[in-house]
Design a protein around this ligand. Structure first.
Ligand code: AMP
Length: 210
């Protein structure tokens, strides 16, 4: 199964992708996680991406298209994947289409800007493996420590309130039009964010006919 998760930053795409990849037994590909790893490792891609990410702006399409094309060519993607945070622009969606990729479904998680702003202030991510947590909704077993790899949990620089505002504006302008793009192709499944992570997973799985 080839799946795209759409939704504003902080909609819970990363958290849901982690659950879905276990349920569906396919990897999650997050361009955000790939870029953060590239920055940490000081690669040329990381150097190109950093200033855009810190400002809450999109990394240029040609960088993203290069990153995602390379990643999807790896053997673990053979049986399908869940895309988290990509495509984020019409140009990226067109590039995937031109590469001959046919998706089974595009799930858009719907949530208000207000709920997102509240939620982002509590978000923490693992410095080591990129797993995401929330101080209230998805707390780690031990405060500040990743359950999966034991590395430190940090607040992302782009989760600061001013940057969140910028990222939401970018989402509405650049990414939201993808809903129409995929609706026209009969692939869009919109689901409402639910009070708990588990309930949101359930509505997503139901929308996928599982
Ligand atoms: P995320 O972890 O998906 O919220 O991504 C964090 C940041 O990485 C975004 O705010 C962008 O600056 C950059 N980024 C990740 N994926 C993309 C993409 N598909 N297109 C452009 N920028 C991206």
């Amino acid at each position: 199964m080839k799946l795209i998760l759409l939704g504003a930053p902080g909609a819970g795409k990363g958290t849901q992708a982690e659950i879905l990849c276990k349920e569906l037994n396919i990897p999650t590909i997050s361009t955000g996680n790939i870029l953060r790893a590239a920055i940490k490792n000081g690669t040329p891609t990381g150097l190109k991406a950093k200033s855009f990410m810190d400002a809450g702006q999109l990394v240029p399409d040609e960088v993203i298209i290069g990153v995602i094309t390379e990643r999807l060519a790896e053997p673990d993607c053979r049986n399908g994947y869940i895309l988290d945070g990509v495509p984020r622009t019409i140009a990226q969606a067109e590039a995937l289409e031109q590469a001959g990729i046919v998706f089974d479904a595009v799930v858009s998680i719907e949530i208000s800007d207000e709920t997102i702003t509240e939620r982002m202030s509590g978000r923490r991510v693992c410095e080591g493996c990129g797993a995401s947590y929330h101080v209230v909704a998805v707390p780690p077993k031990q405060e500040g420590v990743c359950d999966k790899c034991g590395a430190k949990l940090i607040r992302r620089k782009d989760d600061e309130p001013e940057t969140v505002k910028a990222r939401l504006a970018v989402y509405h302008k650049e990414t939201e039009p993808l809903k129409d793009f995929y609706a026209q192709r009969g692939l869009l499944k919109s689901v409402e964010n639910q009070p708990t992570v588990a309930e949101t997973s359930q509505v997503i799985l139901r929308a996928l006919g599982r």
